[in-house]
Ligand binder design. Sequence first.
Ligand code: HBI
Length: 363
Amino acid sequence: MVGLRSLRILLLSTPVGPLGSGLGGGVELTLQNIAKILQAQGHQIAIAAPAGSIYPGFAVVEIPGHPQPTAQSAGRDALITLPENSVLGNLWEYAWRVQADYDLLLNFAYDWLPFYLTPFFQTVVAHLVSMGSLTDAMDEIIDRVARQFPGTIGVHSAAQAATFTFAEHCRVLGNGLDLSLYEFCSTPEPYLGWVGRLAPEKGLEDAVIVAEKTGIPLKIWGVMPDVPYWHDICDQYPDAPIAYEGFLPTAELQRALGRCQALLMTPHWVEAFGNVAIEALACGVPVIAYRRGGPAEIVSHGKTGWLVEPGSIEGLVEAVHRRSEINRFTCRAEAEAKYSLTAMGDRLEEWFRYLLPSIQSRP
Ligand code: HBI
């Protein structure tokens, strides 16, 4: 396919924490991978992110200011809030100042302001929405942009799109990983894995109960923004064979994750995608997940893992007993077929070609 001419693209990161801190959750890895994909395709990439952000190999403009509270901890009727000297406001003031230097601004924040400001920008603004529907105010502002600027709303999965009333205006992009960073492991050790922000919507307790019932040790990786949540779990399940292994950068995480006999994904919300599912597959690790959200579109039941009735602990236990029926080579092959940087890169270029029709193809 004839590629686009080189585009100048500014990626605007999540305001909940510095890129690389893990506080931004899956969207950090998504931004890093998309930056890598687009640079490999010959586009000129810049990243604007909260002060303290690091991403070697890329121009990161560090924006000062106070971080944004996380959107998923609010209720449906949550008001839009901004702290004093908000990094979100400063990020988009910077974007306003430099917009003429770019062909496209790509927003990764799941926050009201970038959507509200979109009509006031001269440069095209596209949004990669990283979660499903959470609040009425966010739904309304994303819907407004989706209708006024058709095609500018990107999402990760059909299930995520389906949580919005404007699903038909969302462009499903999946996601992609730099698979060269993930080593295939064919000789797992006798433990299960769980990866994610340790937070109620991720449903860690379900995986802990599975460890207690099966007696198979569970290793847990991820950022722990909510320590009392972890202590409650330890108090509630004192005999469960679990161990918190901290938040590891990709190189270390994939080495440890690859040794798991299976990854458990137990989200209590509609996981927009579930990067960790494709990270596991890339290492040859079968994924056992609730049949909900992105993971239900990533895992092929009986082939690369098992999909379980949401909330069914018994279903998880049964699937864990069938973990060795899954061929680990098939898991890796699936990641390569659908979730490589190249596969995601093609989907992104198609999106940009639609967004920027005036951009001539490379001569
Ligand atoms: N909350 N306010 C806010 N803004 C974000 O960009 C955001 C968030 N919560 C979680 C989050 N992004 C990412 O973890 C998503 O990938 C889930």
